[in-house]
Design a protein around this ligand. Structure first.
Ligand SMILES: *[C@@H]1O[C@H](CO)[C@@H](O)[C@H](O)[C@H]1NC(C)=O
Ligand SMILES: *[C@@H]1O[C@H](CO)[C@@H](O)[C@H](O)[C@H]1NC(C)=O
Ligand SMILES: *[C@@H]1O[C@H](CO)[C@@H](O)[C@H](O)[C@H]1NC(C)=O
Ligand SMILES: *[C@@H]1O[C@H](CO)[C@@H](O)[C@H](O)[C@H]1NC(C)=O
Ligand SMILES: *[C@@H]1O[C@H](CO)[C@@H](O)[C@H](O)[C@H]1NC(C)=O
Length: 488
């Protein structure tokens, strides 16, 4: 029994793609009743709810549990949670009850057992909206979003009947609701256990999950120390400017290139994979739209017009290179979930890892002027300078041993055409203008650094330059090094 259930658990975890820390409880998928256009009454796996085995040692576990009602005693009211156990091979729902600091599951079953080992229904991301919806026999059928327990029943409850005490006042100690199930057979009924007996009702409440249909990610903050920026210089396009005419004139070519713009904002417990998500980075007017927990990759095209004046029969080779960057960083942010038929959103703070790849610093390189006919360099003009985008550069003239210069050094113009996609990424920019990455000030430095100026001369010098150089390089590595250095 125990062995087979752990095998099942393992399979589910693989399917859900969860990473299981050794201390974490076992997790099982939750099936909900959904409204699929072709298959009414189809059961689908909830993206936000799970059944998790109760762990009495985990004090925070139940803060994510779905409430079923309140338990009322003379001195306290405490929440009771939706739980389930397996009785005779069938999943049976119930509610928790507290004995000292431990919870156990009171099953809605005629055997009326109380169980120490059970599963609790968890709303892990707190992003699934879960609520009790009134149900009557004549409402016909299982409501959309109902949560399946066992063979063909769904989580339901019925208000506990209050018995007047000797003074005739309705006092009720115990659970304010009895948790049981909606049994959809026939017109359906709600079954609960009352006074140790199964009772059937024509009305009650059914637990409904409303899943969000989209998310927004806001207030994004990168962990600067753990940010990793990898860059590589990539050849984007090569071309040739040549003058095939018979007089000194302007020649132009348009160079087109593309790069993969990739973003991945990580995944998170209880956050539905694939849901449309708007990413509101700082100072961004139009948010990026991605599908949560999926890599978004698009090919972006750019054009540059390159132009120069050349003598007849001569040419230059031109090459465009760019720095392709991959930024990876842990971040925290607020994730807002939106639901159909509701203006309210639910938000929570999440931590995940972001990865972005983009192109920045596109540069033009060009060769010396050469004769088209035989490829030999035209004397006196050596033009191996690079220019940055949208600027005009005089190729440097270095003295050669050739007699007289034939040509002036060419001026090469680069003009961007159409939409521009390359450049420092918005995330990288926030990395730069946020304080902290370039701060080596009092609160980060060890207390006695300033009181002991004579000791670390090198360190002091490094510190002075560091503010500037780290700011421009934006290098987390340097900050890290510096921090290590300071803490020696
Ligand atoms: C469920 O689907 C039916 C038929 O497609 C539709 O009429 C009904 O409005 C849907 N209910 C909800 C709650 O989406
Ligand atoms: C440089 O970037 C290109 C483009 O993404 C990639 O294919 C290549 O592997 C990278 N090279 C290095 C050395 O990282
Ligand atoms: C120009 O490019 C061609 C091939 O693209 C190459 O064979 C030639 O050596 C280059 N010339 C110079 C001066 O770089
Ligand atoms: C190459 O061609 C140019 C133009 O026809 C000529 O002036 C130059 O002398 C040639 N150089 C060589 C090495 O043949
Ligand atoms: C630096 O400060 C620490 C703690 O304040 C102290 O223990 C240590 O002796 C100080 N070192 C010097 C060199 O002043």
């Amino acid at each position: 029994m125990a062995a087979s259930s752990s095998v099942i658990t393992f399979g589910c975890l693989l399917a859900l793609g969860h990473i299981l820390a050794p201390t974490e409880a076992n997790v099982h998928p939750v099936l909900t009743h959904k409204n699929a256009s072709s298959l009414l009454g189809q059961l689908v796996t909830s993206s936000t709810l799970v059944w998790e085995s109760y762990d009495p040692k985990d004090a925070t576990q139940l803060s994510f549990a779905v409430e079923g009602g309140k338990y009322i005693t003379e001195d306290e009211h405490y929440p009771i949670y939706v739980c389930r156990v397996t009785i005779d091979g069938v999943h049976t729902s119930g509610h928790t009850e507290k004995i000292l600091q431990r919870h156990r599951c009171v099953a809605a079953h005629y055997k009326h057992g109380k169980y120490d080992n059970f599963d609790v229904l968890m709303n892990k991301g707190h992003l699934g909206k879960v609520g009790w919806k009134h149900w009557r026999k004549f409402d016909a059928g299982v409501p959309v979003g109902a949560i399946r327990i066992g063979d063909d029943s769904f989580i339901g409850r019925h208000r506990a009947t209050h018995q007047p005490n000797s003074e005739g006042i309705a006092t009720h100690w115990g659970a304010d609701f009895n948790l049981g199930r909606l049994d959809p057979l026939g017109l359906g009924k709600i079954m609960v256990i009352e006074n140790d007996r199964e009772k059937y009702y024509d009305d009650g409440e059914v637990l409904i999950e409303t899943e969000p249909f989209r998310y927004e990610l806001r207030d994004i903050k990168l962990d600067r120390i753990r940010t990793d920026l990898r860059q590589n210089l990539t050849e984007l396009a090569t071309g040739k400017l040549e003058n095939l005419g018979d007089k000194y004139s302007t020649v132009e070519t348009v160079m087109t290139y593309s790069f993969d713009y990739i973003q991945y904002w990580g995944s998170h417990d209880g956050v539905a994979r694939g849901l449309p998500t708007k990413i509101f980075e700082k100072d961004i007017i139009i948010p990026a739209e991605i599908n949560w927990a999926l890599k978004t990759s698009e090919k972006r095209f750019e054009n540059k017009a390159v132009q120069t004046k050349l003598w007849p029969g001569t040419a230059i080779n031109v090459t465009l290179r760019g720095t392709y960057v991959t930024l990876e960083a842990p971040y925290t942010a607020k994730l807002f979930a939106f639901y159909y038929g509701s203006d309210e959103s639910v938000s929570r703070k999440i931590s995940a890892d972001v990865r972005k790849s983009y192109l920045k610093e596109v540069k033009l390189e060009f060769s010396p002027v050469y004769w088209i006919e035989n490829g030999t360099l035209v004397p006196t003009t050596t033009t191996t300078t690079t220019t940055s985008t949208s600027t005009t550069t005089h190729a440097t003239t270095t003295s050669t041993n050739e007699p007289t210069p034939i040509n002036e050094p060419p001026l090469v113009h680069v003009k961007h055409m159409g939409e521009k996609h390359s450049g420092p990424d918005s995330l990288e920019k926030t990395l730069h203008d946020s304080p902290g990455s370039n701060e080596v000030n009092s609160h980060e430095a060890p207390e006695n650094m300033s009181s002991n100026p004579g000791k670390d001369v090198a360190l002091a010098g490094f510190g002075v330059n560091a503010a500037g150089s780290i700011a421009t390089a934006g290098s987390a590595c340097m900050t890290l090094l510096l921090t290590l250095f300071l803490s020696l």
